[in-house]
Design a protein around this ligand. Structure first.
Ligand code: DC
Length: 231
């Protein structure tokens, strides 16, 4: 089996990296891997089982869970133990707890194992917080996508409104700031820009403009790599 092509994208919540990664995957004909959805699924299950504050129980649960992602028509469908939780994992409750669950090293180890396995089988556009640094350090192309906090809060607020969640701009912004802090200061695999990642600030840009920029960069870098391999 030939080595698969991996495009890895990290960045903070609301940076638009999920939309960008989905669009890029579609344009390249690659599989889209939403690693955040996996941490959200574990968090959802921990809340459902009433063990969200019991680290040992969460670790035990994670080792025994069956987690499946199916990407269909622009949506990552998520199944835990064969039950679909696609909508539930986007709730404000899950969003509020997921960063804490993601600090547990044993949970991360299990998730990274699954993610690496997927990367051995398919050409991927993978996005998350540690895909450029820990999961796919040898990715073919790496991006670090970001945007101003107000722009990110506005985007997340729009997502919540679209799902009929009644929440204020200030609440969303405070939640994002809290998550940014936990995600980038945790001991294991903190969110950081990998030295070899291309930084892209998309404040004020549309998803179409994001895609145009990313696609052009990917094409350029893959062409250079191919050329180097031929020489
Ligand atoms: O991208 P998202 O908002 O769906 O991610 C939800 C949370 O999951 C995020 O706040 C931190 C965690 N996460 C992580 O720790 N590592 C990843 N690779 C992806 C997400």
């Amino acid at each position: 089996m030939s080595k698969k092509i991996i495009i890895a994208i990290d960045g903070p919540a609301g940076s638009g990296k999920s939309t960008a990664a989905k669009n890029l995957a579609r344009k390249l004909g690659f599989t889209y891997l939403d690693t955040g959805a996996m941490y959200r699924a574990i968090t959802f299950l921990a809340i459902q089982n009433g063990i969200v504050d019991d680290v040992a129980a969460v670790i035990e649960m994670t080792k025994n869970v069956s987690l499946k992602l199916k990407y269909e028509n622009g949506l990552t469908r998520v199944f835990v133990n064969n039950e679909e939780v696609t909508e539930q994992i986007r709730s404000f409750d899950v969003s509020s707890k997921v960063s804490e669950i993601s600090t547990i090293p044993e949970v991360r180890m299990e998730m990274v194992k699954i993610q690496k396995r997927i990367g051995e089988e398919e050409n991927l556009v993978a996005e998350g917080r540690d895909v450029t640094t820990v999961v796919f350090p040898d990715a073919d192309v790496k991006f670090y996508i970001t945007a101003s906090i107000d722009e990110r809060a506005k985007r997340r607020l729009r997502d919540f409104k679209n799902s009929n969640v009644d929440i204020s701009f200030d609440e969303v912004k405070a939640n994002l700031e809290k998550r940014d802090k936990i995600d980038s200061s945790r001991e294991v695999s903190p969110l950081r820009k990998s030295e070899d990642a291309i930084e892209f600030d998309n404040t004020g840009l549309t998803p179409e403009e994001d895609l145009e920029y990313l696609y052009k960069k990917v094409k350029e870098i893959l062409a250079i790599k191919k050329q180097l391999m031929l020489n």
